[in-house]
Design a protein around this ligand. Structure first.
Ligand code: ADQ
Length: 462
Protein backbone atom coordinates (compact mmCIF):
# COMPACT_ATOMS: atom_id res chain seq x y z
CA UNK A 1 0.00 0.00 0.00
CA UNK A 2 1.25 3.51 -0.84
CA UNK A 3 2.00 5.99 1.93
CA UNK A 4 -0.99 8.14 2.73
CA UNK A 5 -0.84 11.89 3.22
CA UNK A 6 -4.00 13.27 4.74
CA UNK A 7 -4.61 17.00 4.54
CA UNK A 8 -7.33 18.78 6.49
CA UNK A 9 -7.81 22.24 7.94
CA UNK A 10 -7.12 21.19 11.51
CA UNK A 11 -4.92 18.38 12.71
CA UNK A 12 -5.97 16.74 15.93
CA UNK A 13 -3.80 13.72 16.61
CA UNK A 14 -5.16 10.98 18.85
CA UNK A 15 -4.61 11.68 22.53
CA UNK A 16 -4.82 8.08 23.77
CA UNK A 17 -7.48 6.18 25.66
CA UNK A 18 -10.65 8.01 26.59
CA UNK A 19 -9.84 10.81 24.12
CA UNK A 20 -11.83 13.95 24.76
CA UNK A 21 -13.89 16.30 22.74
CA UNK A 22 -12.98 15.80 19.08
CA UNK A 23 -15.14 16.79 16.10
CA UNK A 24 -16.48 14.25 13.62
CA UNK A 25 -13.66 14.73 11.13
CA UNK A 26 -10.94 14.40 13.77
CA UNK A 27 -12.51 11.30 15.28
CA UNK A 28 -12.79 9.62 11.90
CA UNK A 29 -9.29 10.48 10.72
CA UNK A 30 -7.58 9.40 13.93
CA UNK A 31 -9.16 6.01 13.45
CA UNK A 32 -8.27 5.90 9.76
CA UNK A 33 -4.64 6.87 10.43
CA UNK A 34 -4.18 4.22 13.08
CA UNK A 35 -3.50 1.68 10.34
CA UNK A 36 -1.48 4.03 8.17
CA UNK A 37 2.18 5.01 8.27
CA UNK A 38 1.53 8.32 6.61
CA UNK A 39 1.39 11.97 7.58
CA UNK A 40 -1.47 14.22 8.63
CA UNK A 41 -0.89 17.78 7.45
CA UNK A 42 -2.82 20.92 8.36
CA UNK A 43 -3.12 24.11 10.38
CA UNK A 44 -1.91 23.94 13.99
CA UNK A 45 -4.73 26.18 15.22
CA UNK A 46 -2.06 28.72 16.24
CA UNK A 47 -1.39 32.13 14.75
CA UNK A 48 1.93 33.76 13.99
CA UNK A 49 2.82 37.38 13.20
CA UNK A 50 4.15 36.52 9.78
CA UNK A 51 3.68 33.29 7.83
CA UNK A 52 6.99 31.39 7.69
CA UNK A 53 6.00 28.00 6.27
CA UNK A 54 7.78 26.33 9.19
CA UNK A 55 6.52 22.74 9.61
CA UNK A 56 6.13 21.29 13.09
CA UNK A 57 6.53 17.51 12.81
CA UNK A 58 5.31 15.33 15.70
CA UNK A 59 4.45 11.73 16.38
CA UNK A 60 1.57 10.84 18.70
CA UNK A 61 0.13 7.36 19.23
CA UNK A 62 1.42 6.13 15.89
CA UNK A 63 0.33 9.14 13.85
CA UNK A 64 2.84 11.61 12.37
CA UNK A 65 1.50 15.13 12.12
CA UNK A 66 2.89 18.10 10.23
CA UNK A 67 1.39 21.45 11.14
CA UNK A 68 1.85 25.07 10.16
CA UNK A 69 0.81 28.30 11.87
CA UNK A 70 -1.25 30.92 10.03
CA UNK A 71 -1.46 34.69 10.31
CA UNK A 72 -4.40 36.22 12.18
CA UNK A 73 -5.66 37.73 8.93
CA UNK A 74 -5.59 34.26 7.32
CA UNK A 75 -7.72 32.88 10.13
CA UNK A 76 -10.22 35.74 9.82
CA UNK A 77 -10.59 35.59 6.07
CA UNK A 78 -10.06 31.91 5.30
CA UNK A 79 -11.40 30.08 8.34
CA UNK A 80 -13.92 32.38 10.02
CA UNK A 81 -14.59 34.06 6.66
CA UNK A 82 -14.85 32.06 3.46
CA UNK A 83 -15.01 28.59 5.04
CA UNK A 84 -17.46 29.29 7.86
CA UNK A 85 -19.37 32.39 6.78
CA UNK A 86 -19.64 31.69 3.05
CA UNK A 87 -19.29 28.00 2.19
CA UNK A 88 -20.62 26.36 5.37
CA UNK A 89 -24.00 28.17 5.40
CA UNK A 90 -24.44 27.95 1.64
CA UNK A 91 -23.61 24.24 1.49
CA UNK A 92 -26.11 23.68 4.34
CA UNK A 93 -28.81 25.42 2.26
CA UNK A 94 -28.64 28.56 4.48
CA UNK A 95 -28.21 31.16 1.78
CA UNK A 96 -29.80 33.66 4.20
CA UNK A 97 -26.71 33.35 6.43
CA UNK A 98 -24.07 33.22 3.69
CA UNK A 99 -21.82 36.27 3.41
CA UNK A 100 -20.06 37.08 0.16
CA UNK A 101 -16.97 39.23 0.73
CA UNK A 102 -14.16 39.40 -1.80
CA UNK A 103 -11.64 39.65 1.08
CA UNK A 104 -12.81 36.24 2.35
CA UNK A 105 -12.31 34.68 -1.08
CA UNK A 106 -8.81 36.19 -1.35
CA UNK A 107 -7.82 34.90 2.09
CA UNK A 108 -9.14 31.46 1.13
CA UNK A 109 -7.04 31.41 -2.04
CA UNK A 110 -3.97 32.67 -0.14
CA UNK A 111 -4.17 29.98 2.55
CA UNK A 112 -4.73 27.20 0.01
CA UNK A 113 -1.62 28.41 -1.84
CA UNK A 114 0.29 28.41 1.46
CA UNK A 115 -0.82 24.87 2.21
CA UNK A 116 0.37 23.76 -1.25
CA UNK A 117 3.70 25.54 -0.94
CA UNK A 118 4.51 23.96 2.44
CA UNK A 119 3.11 20.53 1.68
CA UNK A 120 4.87 20.06 -1.67
CA UNK A 121 8.33 19.07 -0.30
CA UNK A 122 6.76 16.42 1.97
CA UNK A 123 5.20 14.53 -0.94
CA UNK A 124 7.20 11.56 -2.25
CA UNK A 125 6.83 9.76 -5.56
CA UNK A 126 4.25 7.06 -4.74
CA UNK A 127 2.30 8.86 -2.01
CA UNK A 128 -1.47 9.03 -2.13
CA UNK A 129 -2.67 12.49 -1.13
CA UNK A 130 -6.12 12.69 0.43
CA UNK A 131 -7.53 16.19 0.94
CA UNK A 132 -10.48 16.77 3.26
CA UNK A 133 -13.37 19.14 3.23
CA UNK A 134 -14.63 22.53 2.14
CA UNK A 135 -11.70 24.49 3.58
CA UNK A 136 -9.44 23.07 0.90
CA UNK A 137 -11.33 22.73 -2.40
CA UNK A 138 -8.55 24.47 -4.45
CA UNK A 139 -5.61 22.68 -2.83
CA UNK A 140 -5.39 19.93 -5.48
CA UNK A 141 -5.23 22.50 -8.24
CA UNK A 142 -2.52 24.46 -6.44
CA UNK A 143 -0.49 21.24 -6.00
CA UNK A 144 -0.86 20.36 -9.69
CA UNK A 145 0.41 23.83 -10.59
CA UNK A 146 3.51 23.02 -8.56
CA UNK A 147 4.10 19.88 -10.61
CA UNK A 148 2.66 17.27 -8.23
CA UNK A 149 1.58 14.35 -10.44
CA UNK A 150 0.61 11.98 -7.59
CA UNK A 151 -2.82 10.52 -7.18
CA UNK A 152 -4.84 13.07 -5.23
CA UNK A 153 -8.31 12.51 -3.80
CA UNK A 154 -10.79 14.87 -2.19
CA UNK A 155 -13.55 14.01 0.28
CA UNK A 156 -16.34 16.43 1.16
CA UNK A 157 -17.72 15.95 4.67
CA UNK A 158 -20.62 18.36 4.28
CA UNK A 159 -23.54 18.33 1.82
CA UNK A 160 -23.10 19.42 -1.79
CA UNK A 161 -25.82 22.01 -2.47
CA UNK A 162 -28.41 21.71 -5.23
CA UNK A 163 -27.40 23.26 -8.55
CA UNK A 164 -29.70 26.30 -8.24
CA UNK A 165 -28.36 27.18 -4.78
CA UNK A 166 -24.72 26.92 -5.76
CA UNK A 167 -25.29 29.55 -8.45
CA UNK A 168 -25.54 32.14 -5.68
CA UNK A 169 -21.84 31.71 -4.90
CA UNK A 170 -19.73 34.27 -6.77
CA UNK A 171 -17.18 32.38 -8.89
CA UNK A 172 -19.03 29.11 -8.34
CA UNK A 173 -17.72 27.72 -11.61
CA UNK A 174 -14.07 28.36 -10.69
CA UNK A 175 -14.64 26.59 -7.40
CA UNK A 176 -16.16 23.52 -9.06
CA UNK A 177 -13.42 23.47 -11.70
CA UNK A 178 -10.83 23.08 -8.94
CA UNK A 179 -12.35 19.65 -8.21
CA UNK A 180 -11.21 18.48 -11.62
CA UNK A 181 -7.58 18.67 -10.47
CA UNK A 182 -8.28 15.62 -8.25
CA UNK A 183 -8.45 12.02 -9.43
CA UNK A 184 -11.21 10.89 -7.08
CA UNK A 185 -13.86 13.06 -5.42
CA UNK A 186 -16.00 11.54 -2.66
CA UNK A 187 -19.32 12.66 -1.20
CA UNK A 188 -21.17 11.33 1.83
CA UNK A 189 -24.38 10.33 0.03
CA UNK A 190 -26.02 9.63 -3.32
CA UNK A 191 -28.05 12.81 -2.85
CA UNK A 192 -25.02 15.09 -2.63
CA UNK A 193 -23.33 13.15 -5.48
CA UNK A 194 -26.39 13.66 -7.66
CA UNK A 195 -26.39 17.41 -6.93
CA UNK A 196 -22.76 17.51 -8.08
CA UNK A 197 -23.66 15.62 -11.27
CA UNK A 198 -26.53 18.08 -11.88
CA UNK A 199 -24.18 21.04 -11.66
CA UNK A 200 -21.55 19.46 -13.91
CA UNK A 201 -24.01 18.44 -16.61
CA UNK A 202 -26.22 21.54 -16.53
CA UNK A 203 -23.65 24.23 -15.86
CA UNK A 204 -20.42 22.92 -17.36
CA UNK A 205 -21.67 20.80 -20.26
CA UNK A 206 -19.96 17.79 -18.68
CA UNK A 207 -20.93 14.14 -18.99
CA UNK A 208 -21.40 11.46 -16.35
CA UNK A 209 -20.98 7.75 -16.97
CA UNK A 210 -22.66 4.97 -15.05
CA UNK A 211 -19.51 4.10 -13.09
CA UNK A 212 -19.23 7.68 -11.76
CA UNK A 213 -16.64 8.89 -14.25
CA UNK A 214 -17.25 12.59 -14.84
CA UNK A 215 -15.76 14.36 -17.82
CA UNK A 216 -15.50 18.08 -18.53
CA UNK A 217 -13.43 19.02 -21.57
CA UNK A 218 -10.33 16.84 -21.59
CA UNK A 219 -10.35 16.10 -17.85
CA UNK A 220 -12.01 13.02 -16.29
CA UNK A 221 -12.39 12.27 -12.60
CA UNK A 222 -14.12 9.56 -10.59
CA UNK A 223 -16.91 10.82 -8.32
CA UNK A 224 -18.41 8.47 -5.75
CA UNK A 225 -20.66 8.29 -2.72
CA UNK A 226 -18.60 7.07 0.21
CA UNK A 227 -20.50 7.45 3.50
CA UNK A 228 -18.31 7.91 6.56
CA UNK A 229 -18.79 5.56 9.51
CA UNK A 230 -17.63 5.44 13.11
CA UNK A 231 -14.98 3.25 14.69
CA UNK A 232 -17.78 0.88 15.65
CA UNK A 233 -15.90 -1.82 17.50
CA UNK A 234 -14.06 0.75 19.56
CA UNK A 235 -17.22 2.61 20.37
CA UNK A 236 -19.02 -0.57 21.42
CA UNK A 237 -16.06 -1.37 23.67
CA UNK A 238 -16.08 2.18 25.03
CA UNK A 239 -19.76 1.79 25.87
CA UNK A 240 -18.94 -1.31 27.93
CA UNK A 241 -15.91 0.18 29.69
CA UNK A 242 -15.86 0.90 33.41
CA UNK A 243 -16.18 4.71 32.99
CA UNK A 244 -19.11 4.20 30.58
CA UNK A 245 -20.87 1.77 32.92
CA UNK A 246 -20.35 4.10 35.85
CA UNK A 247 -21.63 7.10 33.87
CA UNK A 248 -24.65 5.09 32.68
CA UNK A 249 -25.40 4.04 36.27
CA UNK A 250 -25.09 7.64 37.53
CA UNK A 251 -27.30 8.95 34.72
CA UNK A 252 -29.98 6.39 35.53
CA UNK A 253 -29.77 7.28 39.19
CA UNK A 254 -30.13 10.96 38.46
CA UNK A 255 -33.00 10.24 36.03
CA UNK A 256 -34.81 8.69 38.99
CA UNK A 257 -37.04 6.43 36.90
CA UNK A 258 -37.70 9.03 34.22
CA UNK A 259 -37.05 8.35 30.54
CA UNK A 260 -34.11 10.30 29.16
CA UNK A 261 -34.01 11.72 25.65
CA UNK A 262 -30.50 12.61 24.51
CA UNK A 263 -29.24 15.20 22.02
CA UNK A 264 -25.49 15.68 21.39
CA UNK A 265 -24.36 18.23 18.84
CA UNK A 266 -21.81 20.93 18.20
CA UNK A 267 -23.68 24.18 18.80
CA UNK A 268 -24.40 24.91 15.14
CA UNK A 269 -27.50 26.22 13.35
CA UNK A 270 -27.35 23.28 10.91
CA UNK A 271 -28.08 20.86 13.75
CA UNK A 272 -31.70 22.01 14.15
CA UNK A 273 -31.43 22.65 17.89
CA UNK A 274 -34.05 25.38 18.07
CA UNK A 275 -36.46 23.24 16.07
CA UNK A 276 -35.69 20.30 18.39
CA UNK A 277 -36.51 22.36 21.48
CA UNK A 278 -39.73 23.56 19.85
CA UNK A 279 -40.67 19.98 18.93
CA UNK A 280 -40.05 18.88 22.50
CA UNK A 281 -42.06 21.83 23.81
CA UNK A 282 -44.92 20.72 21.58
CA UNK A 283 -44.63 17.19 22.94
CA UNK A 284 -44.87 18.55 26.48
CA UNK A 285 -47.90 20.69 25.61
CA UNK A 286 -49.68 17.80 23.93
CA UNK A 287 -48.83 15.10 26.49
CA UNK A 288 -49.47 16.25 30.01
CA UNK A 289 -49.36 12.65 31.20
CA UNK A 290 -45.65 12.56 30.40
CA UNK A 291 -44.81 15.55 32.61
CA UNK A 292 -42.41 14.48 35.29
CA UNK A 293 -41.84 11.20 33.42
CA UNK A 294 -39.32 12.28 30.82
CA UNK A 295 -36.54 14.81 30.28
CA UNK A 296 -34.33 15.98 27.45
CA UNK A 297 -30.58 16.13 28.04
CA UNK A 298 -29.09 18.37 25.37
CA UNK A 299 -25.30 18.44 25.27
CA UNK A 300 -24.06 21.19 22.93
CA UNK A 301 -20.45 22.39 23.21
CA UNK A 302 -20.06 25.84 21.61
CA UNK A 303 -18.18 26.05 18.33
CA UNK A 304 -17.03 28.85 16.00
CA UNK A 305 -17.74 31.47 18.65
CA UNK A 306 -16.05 34.19 16.56
CA UNK A 307 -18.84 34.02 13.99
CA UNK A 308 -21.93 36.11 14.74
CA UNK A 309 -24.53 33.58 13.60
CA UNK A 310 -23.07 31.17 16.19
CA UNK A 311 -23.35 33.78 18.93
CA UNK A 312 -26.96 34.32 17.90
CA UNK A 313 -27.93 30.65 17.97
CA UNK A 314 -26.34 30.29 21.39
CA UNK A 315 -28.34 33.21 22.77
CA UNK A 316 -31.49 31.88 21.18
CA UNK A 317 -31.05 28.41 22.72
CA UNK A 318 -30.33 29.89 26.15
CA UNK A 319 -33.58 31.75 25.94
CA UNK A 320 -35.65 28.88 24.51
CA UNK A 321 -34.47 26.35 27.10
CA UNK A 322 -35.16 28.90 29.84
CA UNK A 323 -38.62 29.59 28.49
CA UNK A 324 -39.55 25.90 28.21
CA UNK A 325 -38.21 25.09 31.66
CA UNK A 326 -39.98 28.15 33.06
CA UNK A 327 -43.28 27.07 31.55
CA UNK A 328 -43.22 23.38 32.48
CA UNK A 329 -40.79 22.71 35.36
CA UNK A 330 -41.94 22.05 38.89
CA UNK A 331 -39.97 21.70 42.10
CA UNK A 332 -39.06 18.07 41.41
CA UNK A 333 -38.68 18.06 37.66
CA UNK A 334 -36.84 20.08 35.01
CA UNK A 335 -37.83 19.12 31.44
CA UNK A 336 -34.59 20.23 29.73
CA UNK A 337 -31.07 19.80 31.01
CA UNK A 338 -28.99 21.94 28.73
CA UNK A 339 -25.21 21.52 28.97
CA UNK A 340 -22.60 23.49 27.00
CA UNK A 341 -19.53 21.31 27.36
CA UNK A 342 -17.77 18.33 25.84
CA UNK A 343 -17.33 14.88 27.41
CA UNK A 344 -14.72 12.17 26.94
CA UNK A 345 -15.94 9.53 24.51
CA UNK A 346 -16.30 6.72 27.03
CA UNK A 347 -18.49 8.90 29.26
CA UNK A 348 -20.48 10.02 26.23
CA UNK A 349 -21.03 6.35 25.34
CA UNK A 350 -22.39 5.75 28.84
CA UNK A 351 -24.75 8.72 28.50
CA UNK A 352 -26.04 7.46 25.14
CA UNK A 353 -26.63 4.04 26.65
CA UNK A 354 -28.69 5.46 29.48
CA UNK A 355 -31.01 7.30 27.05
CA UNK A 356 -34.32 5.77 25.99
CA UNK A 357 -34.40 8.00 22.90
CA UNK A 358 -31.64 9.52 20.71
CA UNK A 359 -32.93 12.73 19.14
CA UNK A 360 -30.93 13.69 16.04
CA UNK A 361 -32.69 16.42 14.11
CA UNK A 362 -30.31 18.39 11.85
CA UNK A 363 -31.88 20.65 9.24
CA UNK A 364 -29.06 19.53 6.94
CA UNK A 365 -26.01 17.39 7.73
CA UNK A 366 -23.34 15.80 5.54
CA UNK A 367 -23.61 12.56 7.51
CA UNK A 368 -24.06 12.87 11.33
CA UNK A 369 -21.91 10.58 13.40
CA UNK A 370 -23.86 11.10 16.62
CA UNK A 371 -26.74 9.03 15.17
CA UNK A 372 -24.34 6.13 14.59
CA UNK A 373 -22.65 6.48 17.98
CA UNK A 374 -26.03 6.45 19.74
CA UNK A 375 -26.96 3.17 18.07
CA UNK A 376 -23.55 1.57 18.70
CA UNK A 377 -23.76 2.38 22.43
CA UNK A 378 -27.11 0.66 23.03
CA UNK A 379 -27.74 -2.45 25.08
CA UNK A 380 -28.68 -5.09 22.44
CA UNK A 381 -31.25 -6.60 24.81
CA UNK A 382 -32.94 -3.33 25.67
CA UNK A 383 -31.99 -0.74 23.04
CA UNK A 384 -33.20 2.83 22.86
CA UNK A 385 -34.89 4.35 19.82
CA UNK A 386 -33.14 6.60 17.29
CA UNK A 387 -35.21 9.50 15.94
CA UNK A 388 -33.47 10.82 12.83
CA UNK A 389 -33.93 13.78 10.51
CA UNK A 390 -34.72 13.00 6.89
CA UNK A 391 -32.12 15.63 6.00
CA UNK A 392 -29.11 14.02 7.66
CA UNK A 393 -26.85 12.14 5.25
CA UNK A 394 -27.06 9.19 7.66
CA UNK A 395 -30.66 8.61 6.60
CA UNK A 396 -29.51 6.80 3.44
CA UNK A 397 -28.01 4.06 5.63
CA UNK A 398 -30.23 4.30 8.72
CA UNK A 399 -33.68 4.15 7.16
CA UNK A 400 -34.99 1.97 10.02
CA UNK A 401 -34.74 4.81 12.52
CA UNK A 402 -37.92 6.77 13.28
CA UNK A 403 -37.65 9.39 10.55
CA UNK A 404 -38.87 12.94 11.00
CA UNK A 405 -39.05 16.28 9.24
CA UNK A 406 -37.01 18.51 11.60
CA UNK A 407 -38.92 21.63 10.52
CA UNK A 408 -42.18 20.15 11.87
CA UNK A 409 -42.66 20.47 15.64
CA UNK A 410 -45.64 18.14 15.31
CA UNK A 411 -43.55 15.46 13.60
CA UNK A 412 -40.91 15.64 16.34
CA UNK A 413 -43.56 15.54 19.04
CA UNK A 414 -45.32 12.51 17.50
CA UNK A 415 -42.01 10.70 17.05
CA UNK A 416 -41.03 11.23 20.70
CA UNK A 417 -44.38 9.87 21.80
CA UNK A 418 -44.05 6.84 19.54
CA UNK A 419 -40.45 6.18 20.62
CA UNK A 420 -41.30 6.31 24.32
CA UNK A 421 -44.02 3.70 23.93
CA UNK A 422 -42.33 1.45 21.37
CA UNK A 423 -42.52 -2.24 22.36
CA UNK A 424 -39.26 -4.05 23.13
CA UNK A 425 -39.61 -6.36 20.13
CA UNK A 426 -39.82 -3.46 17.68
CA UNK A 427 -36.97 -1.63 19.39
CA UNK A 428 -34.74 -4.67 19.03
CA UNK A 429 -35.72 -5.25 15.38
CA UNK A 430 -35.02 -1.64 14.41
CA UNK A 431 -31.79 -1.51 16.39
CA UNK A 432 -30.50 -4.73 14.82
CA UNK A 433 -31.08 -3.44 11.33
CA UNK A 434 -29.34 -0.10 12.11
CA UNK A 435 -26.46 -1.84 13.84
CA UNK A 436 -25.92 -4.20 10.88
CA UNK A 437 -25.13 -1.20 8.75
CA UNK A 438 -23.03 0.57 11.37
CA UNK A 439 -20.94 -2.59 11.82
CA UNK A 440 -20.55 -3.29 8.11
CA UNK A 441 -19.88 0.27 6.95
CA UNK A 442 -17.59 1.55 9.68
CA UNK A 443 -14.77 4.06 9.42
CA UNK A 444 -12.28 1.42 8.23
CA UNK A 445 -14.68 0.43 5.46
CA UNK A 446 -15.04 4.11 4.49
CA UNK A 447 -11.32 4.71 4.40
CA UNK A 448 -10.69 1.54 2.34
CA UNK A 449 -13.49 2.36 -0.07
CA UNK A 450 -11.97 5.76 -0.76
CA UNK A 451 -8.27 4.84 -0.84
CA UNK A 452 -8.96 1.69 -2.92
CA UNK A 453 -10.64 3.89 -5.53
CA UNK A 454 -7.69 6.30 -5.41
CA UNK A 455 -5.11 3.51 -5.70
CA UNK A 456 -6.83 2.16 -8.79
CA UNK A 457 -6.26 5.42 -10.66
CA UNK A 458 -3.41 4.83 -13.11
CA UNK A 459 -0.40 7.07 -12.43
CA UNK A 460 0.74 9.23 -15.34
CA UNK A 461 3.83 7.01 -15.77
CA UNK A 462 1.87 3.72 -15.75
P1 ADQ B 1 -19.78 17.61 12.68
O1 ADQ B 1 -20.64 18.69 12.13
O2 ADQ B 1 -18.87 17.99 13.76
O3 ADQ B 1 -18.95 16.91 11.50
P2 ADQ B 1 -21.01 14.97 13.57
O4 ADQ B 1 -20.92 14.04 12.44
O5 ADQ B 1 -22.28 14.85 14.31
O6 ADQ B 1 -20.88 16.49 13.19
O7 ADQ B 1 -19.82 14.66 14.56
C1 ADQ B 1 -19.74 15.24 15.81
C2 ADQ B 1 -18.72 14.47 16.64
O8 ADQ B 1 -18.36 15.26 17.76
C3 ADQ B 1 -19.25 13.15 17.14
O9 ADQ B 1 -18.26 12.18 17.06
C4 ADQ B 1 -19.60 13.44 18.60
O10 ADQ B 1 -19.46 12.37 19.47
C5 ADQ B 1 -18.60 14.53 18.94
N1 ADQ B 1 -19.21 15.40 19.96
C6 ADQ B 1 -20.23 16.25 19.78
N2 ADQ B 1 -20.55 16.82 20.97
C7 ADQ B 1 -19.72 16.31 21.89
C8 ADQ B 1 -19.55 16.50 23.28
N3 ADQ B 1 -20.30 17.33 23.98
N4 ADQ B 1 -18.58 15.80 23.90
C9 ADQ B 1 -17.80 14.96 23.19
N5 ADQ B 1 -17.93 14.73 21.89
C10 ADQ B 1 -18.86 15.40 21.24
C11 ADQ B 1 -18.80 17.06 10.09
C12 ADQ B 1 -20.08 17.10 9.24
C13 ADQ B 1 -20.92 15.87 9.53
C14 ADQ B 1 -20.10 14.60 9.29
C15 ADQ B 1 -18.76 14.67 9.98
C16 ADQ B 1 -17.85 13.53 9.58
O11 ADQ B 1 -20.83 18.28 9.53
O12 ADQ B 1 -22.09 15.86 8.71
O13 ADQ B 1 -20.83 13.48 9.78
O14 ADQ B 1 -18.08 15.88 9.69
O15 ADQ B 1 -17.74 13.45 8.19
Amino acid sequence: MSRLIIVSNRVQPPTGEGAGNQGGLAVALSAALRESSGIWFGWSGETTEQFTGHINLQRNFGVTTATIDLEAQDVDEYYNGYANRTLWPLFHYRIDLAEFESGFAEGYERVNARFAETLEPLIEADDLVWVHDYHLFPLGQRLRERGIGNRIGFFLHIPWPPHGLLLSLPNHRELVETLFAYDVVGFQTQTWLQSFFDYVTQEMGGSVEEDGRVTVGDRSILALACPIGIDTQNFVEASQSAPARYTCYRMKQSANGRDMIIGVDRLDYSKGLEERFLGYERFLSANEGHHGEVFLLQIAPPSRGDVQSYQEIRASLDSLSGRINGAFADVEWVPIRYVNRGYPRDRLAGIYRAARVGLVTPLRDGMNLVAKEYVAAQDPEDPGVLILSRFAGAVEQLGDAVLINPYSAEDISDAIKMALSMPLEERIARWRSLMDNIEAEDVMWWRRRFTDALELVPQPTE
